[in-house]
Design a protein around this ligand. Structure first.
Ligand SMILES: [Zn+2]
Length: 232
């Protein structure tokens, strides 16, 4: 195999390796991106806190209702016991009873409203919980796929590296120096093919004299414009 054929193969391997590196970056960015899952969990936790607050309000209301019922029973018992004959005391008890009943009515209304709110909150929490579970499962599946793809890339990179070393071992230090320099300075493309007598990287026509020299394969031939190594 002449040097130019080896170089073209080396370029193909290096290009594949560059693509793998780009793909690896993309995959690693995707792997690090758990925003959708985090957002869903935050929304669920927020609703769960709201629901817990409603529950504790309801418990407080139930306690208040309970103690009010006790008080009302005491007042009613006294009022209708027949033992109170003092008119002022009766009037006071009557007023207390009415006040307590009004309060009881208010508490019942508040309890109903709160229970409705709690039902809505429970529905919300359960919806957000299943949304989070769904997104978490999707994210997990996506991550598993991305990790598999990363493993494939690692295996491919190892394969590339072996072949690269084998190719480089067959090339002279001078040729490698030129190739590496062009890889660095020409956006990774040191070797380009000639198609229809033109350099495929920059489109410049390759003079026929150069094409003949290229076909002989005894030396490196460069594009007169972009200065890359030409391959037949
Ligand atoms: Zn060119």
């Amino acid at each position: 195999m002449n040097q130019i054929t080896l170089l073209a193969e080396l370029q193909d391997l290096d290009t594949r390796s560059d693509k793998n590196a780009d793909l690896r970056d993309t995959l690693e960015t995707k792997l690090a991106d758990v925003a959708a899952m985090d957002d869903a969990r935050t929304a669920y936790e927020q609703d769960a806190r709201g629901k817990a607050e409603l529950e504790s309000k309801l418990r407080a209301l139930e306690l208040e209702t309970g103690s009010l019922s006790d008080k009302l029973k005491q007042v009613s018992d006294r009022l209708y016991s027949g033992r109170i004959t003092n008119a002022k005391e009766l009037a006071d008890l009557n007023r207390d009873e009415q006040m307590l009943r009004r309060r009881q009515g208010e508490l019942e209304d508040q309890t109903l409203t709160l229970m409705e709110q709690l039902e809505a909150a429970e529905r919300g929490v359960s919806e957000k919980q299943s949304t989070h579970a769904k997104i978490a499962a999707e994210t997990k599946a996506r991550h598993a796929q991305e990790r598999r793809r990363l493993d494939q890339l690692t295996a491919d990179d190892a394969d590339i590296e072996l072949k690269r070393q084998a190719l480089r071992a067959q090339l002279s230090i001078e040729v490698l120096r030129t190739y590496d320099y062009l890889r660095e300075t020409k956006k990774g493309r040191a070797v380009v093919r000639v198609h229809a007598a033109s350099c495929i990287a920059c489109g410049t026509a390759v003079p026929s004299g150069l094409i003949s020299r290229l076909k002989l394969g005894n030396e490196l031939v460069f594009c007169t414009n972009c200065e890359r190594i030409l391959a037949p």
